[in-house]
Design a protein around this ligand. Structure first.
Ligand SMILES: [Zn+2]
Length: 94
């Protein structure tokens, strides 16, 4: 594999291409970084904490993780978009 890719003049290369949108929103009294994952970047099945159903591969969805902190990959939660939007009403079930 050669390194033939030319660098783009813009700085967009600094962030992963599959995150098209990034924001900080409030959830359960904490700030969460929220990013949209496109369908083409969604290659695994995740379980949505809002509805406790699966998010199938190729489904556009959001990934959220605590803005403060410790959060590594394990702290990330994948949500259906409507479930994230309704998170204050539904909340994770335990
Ligand atoms: Zn859901």
């Amino acid at each position: 594999m050669g390194r033939k890719h030319r660098r783009e003049p813009e700085r967009n290369a600094d962030r992963p291409a599959f995150f098209t949108y990034r924001d900080v929103e409030n959830f359960r009294g904490e700030e969460w970084v929220v990013q949209t994952v496109t369908g083409s970047a969604a290659t695994k099945t995740y379980r949505c904490p809002g509805c406790d159903h699966e998010i199938r591969p190729a489904t556009p969805h959001v990934v959220a993780y605590p803005a403060q902190g410790l959060g590594g990959v394990e702290a990330r939660r994948h949500w259906h978009k409507p479930c994230w939007a309704a998170r204050h009403h539904r909340g994770p079930r335990h």
